[in-house]
Design a binder for this molecule. Structure first.
Ligand code: ATP
Ligand code: MG
Length: 229
């Protein structure tokens, strides 16, 4: 489902020389797994997720995800890849001038779906995230937790195989964070492959699952029970 082989990512320093963030990293995630990605701030968690989303290509190695391979990807394949990935990134990124329904429907329109099919799918995912009653609201009329649920609804409306979540509970207070985590775990239980980058060890302990850590530019498997905040 997700296979990273020998992946290195670096960014240029002001003098143009490369500063490595990840070096020769290997990751294998099976279909249907729930995996946490932990590591200190600046260690490269978001960089790894962006490589999986193929927003950036690694300097070495290859990325395979949901049947797409970085070595053979064409630019024109990117939209098809993105339809198979649900992404929930660090900031909410909702369209401020559209209501909840339209924010979610937008993800359907870009796939070419129209009409009743879109309406039915959007209403279905909004009920899954518990926001049917707020479908006419605009983002600024929602709490942080509600906005994040809209982001999740938008991420799942195209029935993706994989969910990449980058600190999906980062800006939320603990009780709301728990609610969002439960939602993501519910998606995993329903069969979705979920990779979640988080700083929040409390979350990992609440619902322990396979945990990868970025450590010294490498990815290592860690025991979720050993994480102390
Ligand atoms: N586009 C970029 N250009 C230059 N440097 C970058 C870029 N993106 C990230 N970096 C650097 O790469 C390192 C890894 O960043 P990344 O965002 O992947 O870390 P992270 O583990 O997600 O951190 P956080 O927990 O704070 O979200 C950081 O030192 C960051 O400053
Ligand atoms: Mg990050």
């Amino acid at each position: 489902m997700i296979e990273l082989k020998n992946v290195s990512i670096s960014y240029p320093l002001p003098d143009g020389s490369p500063r490595p963030v990840l070096e020769h990293v290997n990751v294998h995630i099976d279909r249907g797994e729930l995996v946490y990605l932990v590591g200190p701030t600046g260690s490269g968690k978001s960089s790894l997720l962006r490589a999986m989303y193929m927003e950036t290509l690694p300097q070495t190695g290859s990325v395979e995800i949901a049947g797409f391979h970085s070595d053979t990807m064409k630019l024109s394949d990117i939209p098809y890849l993105r339809r198979n990935l649900g992404v929930v990134f660090q900031d909410f990124q909702l369209l401020p001038d559209r209501n909840v329904f339209d924010n979610v429907a937008f993800a359907q329109y870009v796939t070419g779906n129209r009409g009743k099919l879109v309406t039915n799918k959007v209403l279905h995912v909004l009920s899954r995230v518990g926001l049917s009653h707020k479908r006419q609201r605009f983002p600024h009329e929602l709490s942080g937790g509600e906005q994040q649920r809209v982001v999740i609804a938008r991420a799942i409306v195209n029935d993706p195989w994989v969910m990449l979540a980058d600190e999906p509970t980062g800006n939320l207070d603990p009780s709301v964070a728990d609610e969002i985590q439960k939602l993501l775990i519910g998606l995993h239980r329903a069969g979705m492959t979920v990779l979640m980058a988080t700083h929040d060890y409390r979350m990992v302990r609440n619902f322990p699952a396979r945990t990868l850590a970025v450590l010294n530019r490498r990815i290592v498997e860690v025991d979720p029970k050993s994480l102390i905040s």
